[in-house]
Design a protein around this ligand. Sequence first.
Ligand code: G1P
Ligand code: ZN
Length: 542
Amino acid sequence: MIKTVHTAPYQDQKPGTSGLRKKVPVFAQENYAENFIQSIFDSLEGFEGKTLVIGGDGRYYNREVIQKAIKMAAAAGFGKVMVGKGGILSTPAASNIIRKYHAFGGIILSASHNPGGPTEDFGIKYNIGNGGPAPEKITDAIFTRSKVIDTYKIADVADVDLDALGSFKVAGMQVEVIDPVADYADLMEQLFDFPAIRALIASGVHVAMDSMGAVTGPYAKEIFEERLGAPEGSVRNFTPLPDFGGHHPDPNLVHAKDLYDDVMSKDGPHFGAASDGDGDRNMIVGKGMFVTPSDSLAIIAANATVAPGYAKGIAGIARSMPTSAAADRVAEKLGIGMYETPTGWKFFGNLMDAGKVTVCGEESFGTGSDHVREKDGLWAILFWLNIMAARNEGVAEIVRKHWAEYGRNYYSRHDYEEVNTEAANNLMAALREKLATLPGKTFGSLKVSAADDFAYHDPIDGSVSKNQGIRILFEGGSRIVLRLSGTGTSGATIRVYVERYEPDPAKHGIDTQEALADLIAIADEISELKKRTGRDKPSVIT
Ligand code: G1P
Ligand code: ZN
């Protein structure tokens, strides 16, 4: 019943910031997915008889790869697979299942916020037993294996029925089709003050949640409309669609603009939130106020004790390097540890496992805590509602008071997508060359205090990750960061992050792009971005 299939290796299966991401036609090549899945199994040890969790965000090609993964897990010797009904598990829900049921690990099928469909994106990612993305040591091993793999094993059986809850055997391995929502909704109910949020909603605070045609729909329906009593219709675009309705399921001011406009309109909702393709990202908006993800992390950390799951306080905070330093000021005031890691959630896992940090965040609309080992969109949204309920204040009031107390970190990210790869690499190389000459130089009114290529020394396992982004720091706390995306699937994406700290509350009302205009110009001057890429403006500004 177990078949060994001869295969030829592919040379391009290098996992990026978050697993292997490619267009569907690439994944649909002969044995492409099988090679990668077998390379994962070949890079792991000691899983015989243990449990593997499998689920995805429901995008195009999800079901096909899930069938392959189940049959290959059986052939590899796993004892059991737990798979979400319909092949659905949001990324944070998958992380929770891995942890709760002490699984060996999990395979998550997602390309996050990237579009889905026959010619759009797909992805495969491996998570380890703590529920978090595999560390580089494992992803490197998978890549190495994928370049030489010549056979894979698969159970030669019919497709399994993913659409009914239940348990059955596939080639001697147990398969359990589970409700993807229940465990996750229970976890949220333990962490947050549901009666207080329910009362807030009952008092007339109008909440709108946009699931963007992606995976959180069923989760949000259960949590907001069933458990928290929000009126039917509060959750929008709640049916997970293979192509996300043709949209980018990316909760930001570009792709969730309808929701933003609605909240900003006179009679629109008081609170708006959105999440991405696989449910780990979030966007928070209130009347007259968009909350930057960096501020969201800082505000959640500063108010954490209002939520029952965090009533005892938080151990520490971690943020990715390009994320603004707003949270650093909170950590300083609370007297707790603050950690700066490279981009990508996988770097937070060790810190959380060691009990050094409780909440973590990235500027890329990612916030989360040690309740799982992934960022968690609905978690962040519920945290905001819990804070609003506890403080009896709206989003704008909470944010303005936070700035008044800690100062405001004006922050923006400019993305240049699908840039010629060579031009992008040359730009970064030239910038690296220049780094040593920058400190002490003055640009306009700003003087460079330090410049480097960020390297991370993991304080827990001692590993070192180099070349994680160019940092140009100025006196007074302003900063420019440039790095290449590790998740793009065509050409290169250059990300430019700019930040300026403003302690004076009288100057907290400036338009963000205006407040950062000088830094944006300096970033271009130093990197020669426009000249080298031929672009005169970013593809996306967030
Ligand atoms: C992007 C974000 C990063 C996030 C990742 C996965 O990676 O910048 O913060 O962890 O997506 O959601 P990048 O494309 O920049 O490598
Ligand atoms: Zn995502």
